[in-house]
Design a protein around this ligand. Structure first.
Ligand SMILES: Nc1nc2c(ncn2[C@@H]2O[C@H](COP(=O)(O)OP(=O)(O)OP(=O)(O)O)[C@@H](O)[C@H]2O)c(=O)[nH]1
Ligand SMILES: [Zn+2]
Length: 324
């Protein structure tokens, strides 16, 4: 039997459930299969993979998945879906139109916070003046949420964009946040996700082409999550990456306990340590420091009524016993 070569390092750039595409440090891409359950991988994984012995095709095997810094995923009652691993940021792209769901936005933010991944929010289509003004207003609690670095710091970056109109300006603004990082891009359909990817990655089609080629054109199904290198002049190639992933809808958080929520909703969590009971749920307890801060009809209070409503609904949802 022919000698096998030593396992080599690689980066998972596309994932199809049972198999994936691995990129080598010199930019070659090839299809690989996990050796067993333990070597199941997702986009963003650093792996050790092995080429097949000569004469046995060109599909490799994943020998080992290196320990992950984080894993971004969602979980509903039946399924866990992993988006990607080893992320620096999640960019949540919403738009003036179609009108975005605040609950969906809050869920994606919570999932990121739970894995300690920095979320960044972008609101596209600022050229649609009135719908944009309404959407920007709805983002007020997110734009104003206090950060931990001094009294004027903000917890979330919120970028206004007009991707189809002011591409170059937006590209510069986005790159200030993305440069040198690996960012997962999420957004509901119609928000401009393809427009954003094409703006930042003019070679996106070519890069997906290389993946299809590695997949023997059509032998395997089309991709669900894809890694793109962002060409960035001075900084050079393979430095900044975007990961495009579908599946913003139905953002299940069943992997979290209801008591994790306050920590992942910083406007609510900020006051939790002042509650009378250390395990206060902020729903009904006497001496709760959170509830008096929720906006009432008179405009007083510093926690938005919508945010508190989302918190209580999620608390109830995550408290239900699993139904399977
Ligand atoms: N008015 C306006 N329209 C935009 C802007 N950016 C994107 N669009 C339009 O919005 C529509 C959706 O953009 P896409 O980039 O295809 O959005 P997507 O999020 O990839 O949508 P799916 O393909 O459905 O997932 C297209 O008709 C774009 O031309 C913008 O800044 N302003
Ligand atoms: Zn409380």
């Amino acid at each position: 039997m022919a000698e096998r070569s030593a396992p080599a390092e690689g980066l998972v750039v596309a994932s199809y459930g049972r198999h994936c595409v691995v990129e080598t440090p010199d930019g070659q891409r090839r299809i690989c299969h996990p050796r067993g359950k333990k070597s199941q991988c997702v986009v963003g994984d650093r792996v050790l993979w092995q080429a097949p012995p000569p004469g046995q095709g060109d599909e490799g095997t994943i020998e080992k998945v290196q320990p992950r810094r984080n894993l971004f995923y969602r979980q509903d009652e039946i399924r866990t879906k992993s988006f990607a691993a080893n992320l620096d940021q999640v960019l949540i792209l919403i738009a003036a139109e179609p009108v975005f769901s605040e609950s969906q936005l809050a869920r994606a933010l919570i999932a990121a916070e739970a894995e300690r991944i920095t979320p960044l929010i972008a609101l596209n289509k600022s050229d649609l003046v009135e719908p944009f003004a309404r959407a920007w207003e709805r983002l007020l609690p997110y734009r104003h949420m206090a950060g931990s670095e001094g009294p004027d710091s903000r917890h979330y970056g919120v970028l206004p964009l007009s991707l189809a109109q002011s591409g170059e300006v937006d590209r510069a603004a986005l790159m200030r946040h993305l440069r040198g990082k690996t960012t997962l891009v999420l957004g509901p359909s119609g928000s401009g996700k393809s427009t954003l990817i094409n703006l930042l990655v003019p070679s996106a089609a070519a890069q997906t082409g290389e993946i299809s080629q590695a997949l023997n054109s059509g032998k395997h199904t089309t991709t669900s999550t894809t890694w793109y290198w962002v060409e960035d002049g001075e900084a050079g190639a393979r430095h900044t990456a975007l990961i495009d992933s579908p599946g913003f809808q139905e953002f299940g958080l069943r992997h979290l306990a209801p008591t994790d929520l306050a920590r992942c909703m910083p406007d609510i969590g900020a006051h939790a340590s002042e509650c009378k009971f250390y395990n206060c749920t902020h729903l009904h307890e006497p001496g709760c420091a959170v509830r008096p801060l929720v906006e009432s009809g008179d405009g007083a209070g510093s926690i938005s009524a919508n945010r508190y409503k989302i918190y209580s609904e999620l608390f109830a949802e995550l408290s239900e016993a699993p139904r399977y």
